[in-house]
Write a protein that binds this ligand. Structure first.
Ligand code: FAD
Length: 454
């Protein structure tokens, strides 16, 4: 039988000091009621992979698949019991910034979704179809997912990250790798490894609000579109939001998001985004819980009020609220380059570009008075810009890349690059870089951009 290896208590003891730093982001925490001292325990090393990807959202799946296809042995750790992140756990079913010559995995995912017949329009999808498409992509690339496992710590040897520690029903487990990718959205692994990060608006420190998506049935596209409540057939997005807001007010509810939207997935299957939860930190468990409870209550109020109106809403059903409230913004981990709003204004080009992004700066109201409770571009007109590989490589530690919304950028840049078409493209680049680094016994910053592009 293979001997199990353990990380000793001594190695883990050193972690306590870096783990505490993530508390900087828990603005509004209620404070502690004292401390208990828990003796450090040995942690079994259950895996030695080339690449460990933490977080199986759009960025993490793309990273794992790209690393797997590059010949690396890959483990993908995911907190939920399925892949997709905001696409599935938060039921946001629209891929933005998916064009822009993004030929790689974005195009593959769109083609695979189209084959399932689970789409009315390209770029929108049925959540269950997405879960299945992503799982198959990973398995075909030789990636081994580990579900229902939360990354809770990192172990370092000097500057180099050597293990990710996870907790799941098996207990605490350590996974060793030649290179790690933090695709948790919130930058959990990087923060635990002691990386510095930025948080929120540069002046107020506020982050974008959270929203919970609801899936609705018992309504029909043609009837809703005829009344302009949903986009399509000559009804613009702006017009549909205004008409739906007026309809909600007629029903006696004023939603906390002032541009409420219905997304048509199939003729009789819709997603609704109608709420903003302000002032909650995505890395504060109690605040996320409170925001979740408030958002779900608001969705029930809205659905009940619409059904009472009768007419097109008579048979309206709330099919599901998202298992995970959608967190737009959390840690922005310090990388070797920090993408800025100025880069967006000048359409920056970089020699180590991994992706061309063009989505607008999309800042959802930071408080109920900001941007009319809706969203704004904060006066920034984006000229399509490059995302450089250096923004994906951690500055404060070695052996760690970021992909997705936790890469290195300022408040305004994040408000544009965070959408999922870009998250996938960043993931692909991070995955290839990590595979080349790990298999060649190098660190990610030692891998040349030409090798990655090949
Ligand atoms: C309400 C809302 C609406 C949006 N609308 C759109 C839209 O219409 N179109 C669009 O393209 N983008 C949209 N976005 C933005 C986009 O969804 C995100 O920025 C994008 O999903 C980022 O991808 P990611 O892979 O970095 O992170 P995520 O999608 O957040 O995925 C992170 C994954 O990591 C897992 N994870 C987190 N922490 C841990 C941990 N400690 N251990 C293990 N696993 C962990 C999570 O479960 C999740 O699966 C929206 C975002 C929100 C919140």
């Amino acid at each position: 039988m293979k001997r199990r290896q353990f990380l000793t208590a001594g190695a883990l003891g050193a972690l306590a000091s870096v783990a505490g730093r993530s508390g900087e982001a828990t603005a509004g925490d209620e404070g502690t009621k004292g401390n208990v001292v828990r003796q450090a325990v040995d942690v079994p090393v259950v895996e030695r992979a080339d690449v460990v990807v933490c977080g199986g959202g759009p960025a993490g799946v793309a990273a794992a698949v790209a690393a797997g296809r590059s010949g690396a042995k890959v483990r993908l750790i995911e907190n939920q019991g399925f892949l997709g992140g905001v696409w599935t756990a938060s039921m946001v079913n629209l891929i933005l910034d998916r064009k822009n010559k993004k030929k790689g995995l974005v195009a593959e995912i769109l083609a695979a979704l189209a084959k399932t017949g689970a789409q009315r329009d390209p770029g929108k999808f049925d959540v269950e179809a997405m879960k299945f498409v992503l799982e198959n992509l990973c398995l075909d690339a030789g990636v081994r997912p580990l579900y229902l496992s939360r990354v809770v710590d990192a172990v370092k040897d000097g500057r180099r990250v050597t293990h990710a520690i996870v907790e799941n029903k098996s207990g605490r487990q350590a996974l060793a790798a030649g290179a790690f990718i933090d695709a948790t959205g919130d930058g959990d692994l990087a923060a635990r490894a002691g990386c510095g990060f930025d948080w929120g608006h540069p002046v107020s420190g506020k982050t974008q609000p959270m929203s919970m998506i609801a899936l609705l049935g018992g309504i029909h596209y043609k009837r809703l579109n005829a009344q302009r409540f949903v986009r399509g057939d000559g009804v613009t997005s702006k017009a549909s939001k205004a008409a739906f807001l007026a309809e909600l007010k007629r029903a006696g509810v004023t939603p906390s998001y002032k541009s409420p939207t219905l997304f048509c997935i199939r003729e009789d299957h819709f997603a609704m985004m109608a709420n903003h939860q302000y002032g909650a930190s995505g890395v504060n468990a109690q605040q996320v819980t409170d925001a979740t409870i408030a958002a779900r209550a608001e969705i029930h109020r809205i659905v009940d009020a619409l059904r009472r109106l009768g007419g097109v809403w008579r048979d309206l059903q709330l099919l599901a609220t998202s298992p995970q409230i959608g967190v737009r913004e959390a840690r922005r981990i310090h990388g070797r380059y920090t993408l800025t709003g100025d880069d967006l204004l000048r359409g920056a080009r970089f020699d180590d570009a991994v992706c061309r992004a063009s989505f607008a700066v999309d800042v959802h109201a930071l408080d109920p008075k900001h941007a009319g409770g809706s969203f704004s571009n904060e006066g920034v007109r984006v000229i399509p810009y490059d995302i450089p590989l250096r923004s994906l490589i951690a500055k404060d530690v070695d052996g760690l890349l970021m992909a997705g919304r936790c890469i290195s950028g300022d408040f305004l840049a994040h408000a544009s690059y965070r959408v999922t078409g870009n998250a996938v493209a960043m993931g692909e680049a991070a995955g290839r870089t990590a595979a080349l680094a790990a298999r060649g016994g190098r660190l990610p910053h030692e891998v040349g951009i030409d090798e990655i592009r090949q």
